[in-house]
Unconditional design. Sequence first.
Length: 196
Amino acid sequence: MHLQDIDRVCADFYTSGIAVWPGFISLQEADILREEIKKQENSLFKAGIGNGRNLQVKSEIRGDFIKWIDEGSVSPFSEIYLNKLKEIIAEFNRRFFLGIQKNEHHMALYPAGSHYDRHVDTFKNTDARVVSSVLYLNSNWEKAHGGELVIYPENAAARVIEPRAGLLALFESTLPHEVLTSQVPRYSITGWFKRN
Ligand code: OGA
Ligand code: NI
């Protein structure tokens, strides 16, 4: 990873709570990770909203299917991605004293026609999630495919992030955001960096 890239990502995250890194992984790597998700499509499950006793499944709010990535059995390519991602978060910790100690990640598939309503990634009963990360895996994405991530910072215009293969989005988990309806199956790896 180039120091200029890290510096730019840290500066963007510091000033706006949002940082975008196109080409964080190569298109070939994105293809491999997307195929890994496709192969496991049958073991993905319908994502819920809330946590613990507050967990609810509501397709009209959230349409994606997910599978948590188990640290003990990560595929080699996912591991390379997760390790690169952890390096950035270590840098955030070092520069901004975020105090992040843990992370969790899941694969996600939004079937054609699904979306995720505006929400925040922090739960009502705990603020452990500090930074949200999303790595996009759709090659040949075009506008007609939709499925953009839209983030709503408090004192700035909404940011529209196109879900192009290899692009990494990082944002503060407290920022409201939504996933617009995707017209095609949309593949990604989503994660959270947390305090204890
Ligand atoms: C989420 C989420 C954004 C995206 O899973 O909480 O907001 O672009 N995902 O997939
Ligand atoms: Ni979210």
